[in-house]
Design a protein. Sequence first.
Length: 221
Amino acid sequence: MSEPTKDVRRLKVVVADDQAAVREPLAAVLGLSGDFEVVAAAADGTEVLAAVAAGPVDVVLMDLRMPVMDGTEATRRLTEEHPEVAVVVLTTFADDDSILAALSAGARGYLTKNAGRQDIARAIRAAAAGQAVLDREVRDRLLATLRTKPPEPARPLPGDITPREREVLTLIGQGLPNRAIAEKLFISEATVKTHINNLFAKADIKDRADAVRRAIAAGLA
């Protein structure tokens, strides 16, 4: 009889935080889950890059304020050098600059340290599946910031966007994650992801934050 393959399907995670009192318990809790294997615990961005280079790694749970190399720069480097690795920010900071910098650097998720264990686990799974997860406080601040910033030169949406893709863009502009979009439109999350991929390709949208900006500019949000 062959050995069970459960371990093969576990997501490989790096936990990065400069405070051992945060990093070690979080790594221990995730390691006890059947879904995750913590392959490294890093105290700064250089240790994150080294852990990912040693690989394989699926997701990095990234603090922002770390010595040597901070989480934003580490996220930018990972996005450029290891685009297959998803980054979920977990930080005490929810100010506008931190949120926009992390998302622009390529983070797929942004949680504050008020997030519960289930929220963190859900964000890791979503990021590994290519989805974006922002907690409610972060979504609200991001939307407020984008709506009050001076508008960028409008880029019209291409004419081949379907009505369904326009609906999806509208809901992204309202700050809804993929699961909520699926529930609202009575479709599966996989279908939502397909619509988003098609929409981003057609409209040359870079990331979730760019999609929110485009929705606002188009008067959809």
